[in-house]
Design a protein around this ligand. Sequence first.
Ligand SMILES: [Zn+2]
Length: 323
Amino acid sequence: MSFKEMKHLRRDMGRGWDERTRGGAPHKPLMLLAILDLVDAGDITGDLIPYDQTLLQAFDLRWRALMGDALTNPLQPFWHLRSSEFWILEPNQGFAEALQHHSGLPSLKAFQSMVRGVRLREDVLKAVQTPEGRAELRSLLLDTYFSEGVRPLLLRAGETYVASKGFEEAFREASLREFQEVFDGRDGLDPAFINESRDLAFRRIVLPAYQHQCAACGAKLFTPAGRCMVQAAHIIPFSRSRNDDPRNGLALCPLHHWAFDQGMLGIRDGLVWMVHRHAKELPADPAYLSLHGRPVTLPSEGHLSPAPQAVAWHRKHIFEKIG
Ligand SMILES: [Zn+2]
């Protein structure tokens, strides 16, 4: 069967890895599991798999389930898997030779200029296109590279990813109906599982809608691994509203997200930023203060713009409440 070679992935067997990952680095098996999640969720339609936000999200869910907050760069397994015959990096036009001769991990920028994505060898691709094939490969990867104790965590992470697709659809549909301040999101599942899936679905709509840019300062920040540092903020806090309607969302950089949640920033009618007078009395950064009176950068899809009811709620219950 075509999956045999998946049992012999070359990986770091240094002392840093314990019995949970059978004494070796888990990156490559986690990358392959993430790809199975994407296929399960219907996120891979053609035969080319790009290194994009979707793949990073699926990888990170599984990585966090296993390794918590430990830092990692998923570009590493995506790149180094090319030593396996089934993993064929597809060059951008004119970069075939550069790709072939590049040794060592390239920077994200160099990688993006050289590589369009990965193509799985045809027999492997065919196999993972069937539910049975995915189940077989998933079991093989879990059994070969992970202890029995962590397998349920990894399975749960994959389910979280697939469930987020369902939520994404529901939130998109909600955004076409009349805006409601509070959602009824109870549906009998484990809350941590729901919250993680919902949160991912919310991010998957809000961030691309704003082209991954802060709606206040325009910052568009990515880590060297390609993770987006701009966050999907709730206008009416999720804890109060359980409302993941994208019109209850805004893409904000960590600074402006924090300031908005603290009520140091608000939005007035007409979707214009207000800097709280408290900030003006403090020795604040001029760039921060100059936000006052500037329009909120709106999403390209107009119907996903912040709902007037949501920004009015934030103004009344948070911005005007801080003194
Ligand atoms: Zn910002």
